[in-house]
Design a protein around this ligand. Structure first.
Ligand SMILES: *Cc1c(COP(=O)(O)O)cnc(C)c1O
Length: 435
């Protein structure tokens, strides 16, 4: 199935260029989500015609090995036949009812079985909605208002969380968004990733006011940065002492780093977990869940209101459920680890041989090659990266048929559809593109 990427794809992208000009007339910046516009690397984004397995094809017929994977969801590869069949069958019976279905209970049970901290779950339609609701839940449960987050972590675009956010916001150098009231942002406190002292200082400064500590347990939106040993455990201990909720935003890491996400991999159990991306199998799904006692706050069981016309939508549940079931098959995560290792080792070897300053962080099927000397433990560390070199790398890879996220502040994702040969072809491209 796998063919190696052509050594130099003399990429004609004239159709994408024309399409982008048209799109800019009717969509802000030509896109529906900022990072897609390629602003941080400068140039025209690739317009996608279709995707299958580990590959994307653009409007001009160029094929790419894809390490974006629709920003995480495509862990099985694109258009997995079983997922597509399930969506088709489900659609025959109607696409939305706004009333309960058996599938929602079955999907909830599956999520509860897989994710250690979740005893009850509420489905929503995006990661943004999941995290926005999770902080409302922490506030409802504790009766406090302030939330601690970490500089460089991204938790979706809700007002409270667009404060020193990573990823798209970091890329654009606009840590705060226009239109977010200062009074709203004042409820969000920023700590430094991998720095427990910075969290303790905030608890001391705002005694009895902090509802929760919100974190990507492995950061993915300032590039991939794993937690230092003891960091997550320290947060668990501190939040317990302070009677604040520990909230893991596992929108990216959930079902990717282990069946039960980062909390399973690192053995630290939060009070509330947010999910998204993979949980919808490529359709719009988010979820938040936690202990029974906390989830009892959620309406109609409790006083915290949260609702959604399309929440638990049958097509989205069908795609998500089929995806999670396929992920639970034996060997899945071992395969992802092995591919991640092969790619990570290969990239490091190239940088070492060429004497190029780099630091690579990889956790299973999620990784970032930083063009900066290590150590890299937080957002400030990432900001030292060599922008010129990253841009050369990005375009060099794209021209050789490898599609990477167009920013140093993003992680790359491997899917089960990638083969050893795809990784080998990627490394051959990298040999030329890293310079
Ligand atoms: C992608 C992401 C979100 C936002 O999810 P959307 O579905 O894009 O709204 C939130 N948190 C994390 C950690 C993410 O990676």
């Amino acid at each position: 199935m796998s063919q190696p990427a052509s050594p130099v794809n003399t990429a004609n992208r004239t159709r994408s260029e024309a399409a982008f000009l048209e799109a800019q007339k009717v969509l802000p910046g030509g896109v529906n989500s900022p990072v897609r516009a390629f602003r941080s690397v400068g140039g025209t984004p690739v317009f996608i015609e279709k995707a299958k397995g580990a590959y994307l094809w653009d409007l001009d017929g160029n094929r790419y090995i894809d390490y974006v994977g629709t920003w995480g969801p495509a862990i099985l590869g694109h258009a997995h036949p079983q997922v597509i069949r399930k969506i088709q069958q489900t659609a025959e019976n109607g696409t939305s009812f706004g009333a309960p279905t058996l599938m929602e209970t079955e999907m909830a049970q599956l999520v509860i079985d897989m994710v250690p901290s979740i005893e009850k779950v509420r489905f929503v339609s995006s990661g943004t909605e999941a995290v926005m609701s999770a902080i409302r839940l922490a506030r409802a449960y504790t009766g406090r208002t302030k939330i601690i987050k970490f500089e460089g972590c991204y938790h979706g675009h809700s007002d409270y969380l667009l404060v020193k956010a990573g990823s798209g916001a970091a890329t654009q150098g606009v840590p705060d968004s226009a239109g977010v009231p200062a009074s709203t942002a004042a409820e969000t406190l920023n700590a430094r990733f991998n720095d427990l002292d910075s969290v303790e200082a905030l608890f001391r400064a705002y005694p009895g006011q902090i509802a929760g500590v919100l974190i990507e347990p492995v950061a993915g939106n300032m590039g991939c940065i794993p937690p230092l040993p003891g960091f997550l455990e320290g947060l668990r201990e501190l939040t317990r002492q302070e009677s604040a909720c520990l909230i893991f935003d596992e929108v990216m890491t959930g079902f990717r780093l282990a069946p039960g996400g980062a909390q399973e991999r690192f053995g630290v159990t939060p009070d509330i977990t947010c999910l998204g991306k993979i949980i919808g199998g490529g359709l719009p799904v988010g979820a938040y869940g936690g202990k029974l006692e906390i989830m009892a706050q959620v309406a109609p069981e409790g006083p915290m209101y949260q609702a959604g016309t399309l929440s638990g939508n049958p097509l989205a549940m069908a795609a998500g459920m089929e995806t999670l079931k396929l992920l639970r098959q034996p060997g899945t995560y071992e395969r992802l680890e092995a591919l991640g290792q092969q790619l990570g080792d290969g990239l490091q070897a190239i940088c070492q041989r060429k004497g190029i300053p780099y630091h690579l962080h990889g956790v299973g099927a999620m990784m970032t090659l930083f063009f900066a000397e290590g150590p890299i433990h937080n957002y400030q560390d990432v900001c030292r990266f060599d922008r010129e070199r990253f841009n050369r790398f990005f375009w060099g890879m794209l021209d050789r048929g490898v599609y990477l996220a167009p920013s140093q502040f993003e992680a790359g994702f491997i899917s089960l559809a990638h083969t050893g040969a795809d990784v080998q072809a990627t490394l051959e491209a990298a040999e030329l593109a890293i310079r």
